[in-house]
Design a binder for this molecule. Structure first.
Ligand SMILES: [Zn+2]
Length: 269
């Protein structure tokens, strides 16, 4: 079901990891950001858009992870975009002739049968200096940063004050660092600083996973994420409501992600 969160901006929440797909109405059709997870959900989005007489005019993937790169034939053949670095990362992943089989193995078993991989990652990289999504709808500013994944982009729908944060600023997931980057901690802090700089323009926050929030949530989540990353950097004890007994039911595994990050960072130093 598509739910309106601002004028002309709708969100579809997936059952898998509370993933949010975002639709922005445009002149000749809709912009679809991070299209969804299962075939049935993407079909439902396609049907919803047909009822609204808004065919998909363009797609956008916030970053090169499978749950943000999916697509379904029913959504049509509109151009799909990502940053140049995002597209490059997808190309590298798919240079392995067995990428589809590898990807299939990693899918959560409970949804694996209903995740169509054929159109995964068919995105065009936008030139590095691109500041807006090229389409004929509302102005959508691209805020690229290196933190969670190469070429990760948050999108700011300026006229509506909606921030589509990708895998940043989640209330259920801790900051998940890109441990392959040269300086994952500083990258993450710089990305939070970038988001801090536009926080005053945000009225609605839509994270890639988890609950939406208002202006207050943007500031609160930036502070919470910064505290987490700084604690990692400084070797402090991490106290974070998203890990441990205070984690949201069903999200207890995030504590394992945290442990994995601690180990990954320890191995680097
Ligand atoms: Zn994700």
């Amino acid at each position: 079901m598509l739910r309106q969160v601002a004028e002309g901006v709708l969100v579809h929440e997936s059952e898998f990891l509370e993933s949010n797909a975002v639709v922005v109405h445009g002149g000749s059709g809709a912009l679809l950001i991070d299209a969804g997870i299962t075939g049935s959900e993407m079909t439902a989005i396609a049907d919803g858009l047909r009822r609204l007489a808004q065919p998909v005019a363009a797609g956008f993937s916030t970053h090169p992870h499978w749950d943000h790169l999916l697509w379904h034939p029913r959504l049509g053949a509109a151009p799909r975009y990502g940053t140049a670095r995002c597209a490059q990362s997808v190309r590298e992943q798919q240079s392995d002739p067995d990428w589809q089989a590898r990807e299939a193995e990693e899918l959560p078993p409970e949804i694996a049968d209903d995740v169509p991989l054929d159109l995964l990652g068919r995105i065009a990289g936008l030139p590095a200096a691109t500041t807006q999504v090229p389409w004929d709808g509302l102005r959508v500013r691209i805020l690229e940063h290196q933190a969670h994944a190469p070429g990760h982009a948050a999108l700011l729908i300026e006229e509506r004050g909606v921030l589509v944060a990708g895998d940043m600023l989640s209330d259920v997931l801790i900051p998940m660092l890109d441990l392959n980057a040269a300086d994952p901690i500083e990258d993450y802090l710089a990305a939070l600083q970038l988001l801090d700089g536009i926080a005053g323009d945000v009225e609605v926050l839509v994270p890639g996973h988890g609950s939406m929030g208002g202006a207050d949530a943007v500031r609160a989540r930036i502070d919470q994420d910064r505290a987490y990353v700084q604690a990692l950097r400084d070797g402090d004890v991490v106290t974070d409501a998203r890990i441990g007994p205070s984690a949201k039911p069903g999200w207890e595994w995030v504590a394992d992600v945290h442990e994995g990050q601690l180990q990954g960072l320890a191995q680097r130093s």
